[in-house]
Design a protein around this ligand. Structure first.
Ligand code: PEP
Ligand code: MN
Length: 337
């Protein structure tokens, strides 16, 4: 950290700041500029927020050098993190595609979609059993029955199961049925939930909050990591902007930026990110081109009849085409799918 003193700071204020820094166990180096002094702080004190230093008399600004996410950062671990999802790996050379309906509707529906997406190359099946809905009158998911259907679909296809977790109270129940827990956009800043999935050892897909900055997103991931779970997969799923031609604005530029800042795998959700079926394939190709490690996609055998998110759901046939087209992009950037 660098502490920049105000041009008006006197010797007493400077000595006081040095004293405060030494009090927390760090060393200081004083750099004297022509009209102000700067203190270089040696030592890792990221647990003290920069605002603490800003409020000391004579200080203009404390500038952190180290990223606030200690475990998630590339500074902490250079090599990409690969996460095992049953017999598959996410974060390696192969692009991992997770596909399935927005919500589990019945056993036949989930089995049928599972078989189709598996045949086309998906590594895991998604499906919501507990749905976070904007309206309390909308379909809320089948709950435990939905989890049972998902587990049966795994038996039938061998696909790993991904489902959303809404509350810390559901951890035991949900993790007894599924392989990967998903924290949705509306819960990215639910710190008790992040801690709870951090204490669980199942891989977690953490979706970006729809109004979260990159730093807030990575710090949410840090919550999970710092509670003992190293298996965190970040997911860009679109953010709220003024634009209305899509449901959200899929922020693909965050992918290479996250790749630079963190070793964690990053997947992209073009279904929620656009809300528009016809945009799902082009944005999947774009995501892979910019370095995503995987995709999560909504697939429904009859999108018009889908209980939830029909307009953004693609058919199993569309999914096969998407896998072929995205595969060509993957090979062009040195990956497989
Ligand atoms: C979902 O994947 O079904 C979902 C609700 O996603 P998000 O949290 O990104 O809206
Ligand atoms: Mn959905």
């Amino acid at each position: 950290m660098i502490i920049v003193m105000k041009p008006t700071a006197d010797k007493g204020e400077l000595d006081h700041v040095v004293e405060k820094v030494e009090e927390v166990g760090c060393k200081t180096i004083l750099l004297e500029g022509t009209n102000r002094k700067v203190i270089a702080v040696i030592g890792d004190k990221r647990d003290i927020p920069p605002e603490y230093w800003d409020s000391i008399p004579g200080v203009e600004k404390a500038v952190p050098i180290l990223t606030p996410y200690k475990i998630a950062s590339r500074e902490a671990k250079k090599a990409d993190t690969e996460i095992k999802i049953n017999d598959q790996v996410l974060g390696g050379k192969k692009i991992g595609v997770i596909a399935g309906p927005c919500a589990v509707e019945d056993q036949d529906q989930i089995n049928y979609i599972a078989e189709r997406v598996k045949k086309a190359g998906a590594i895991a099946l998604r499906g919501g059993a507990f749905k976070p809905r904007t309206s309390p009158y909308s379909f809320q998911g089948l709950g435990e029955k939905g989890l049972e259907y998902l587990a049966k679909a795994r038996e039938a296809t061998g696909l790993a199961i991904v489902t959303e977790i809404l509350s810390p109270e559901h951890i035991e129940l949900v993790s007894s049925y599924v392989d990967v827990l998903q924290v949705g956009t509306r819960n990215m800043a639910n710190f008790l939930l992040l801690q709870a999935v951090g204490e669980c050892k199942k891989p977690v897909i953490l979706k970006r909050g729809m109004s979260a900055t990159l730093d807030e997103f990575l710090l949410a991931g840090e919550y999970i990591l710092s509670h003992g779970n190293p298996n965190v997969i970040l997911c860009e799923r679109g953010i709220r902007t003024f634009e209305t031609h899509t449901r959200f604005t899929l922020s693909l530029s965050i992918v290479p930026e996250l790749k630079r800042l963190t070793h964690l795998p990053i997947i992209v959700d073009p279904s929620h990110g656009t809300g528009v079926r016809d945009l799902v394939c082009p944005m999947s190709k774009g995501a892979v081109a910019v370095g995503a490690d995987g995709l999560i996609l909504e697939v429904h055998q009859d999108p018009e009849k889908s209980y939830v998110d029909g307009p953004q759901s693609i058919t199993p046939e569309d999914f096969e085409n998407l896998m072929n087209e995205t595969g060509a992009v993957a090979r062009a950037v040195g990956r497989d799918i």
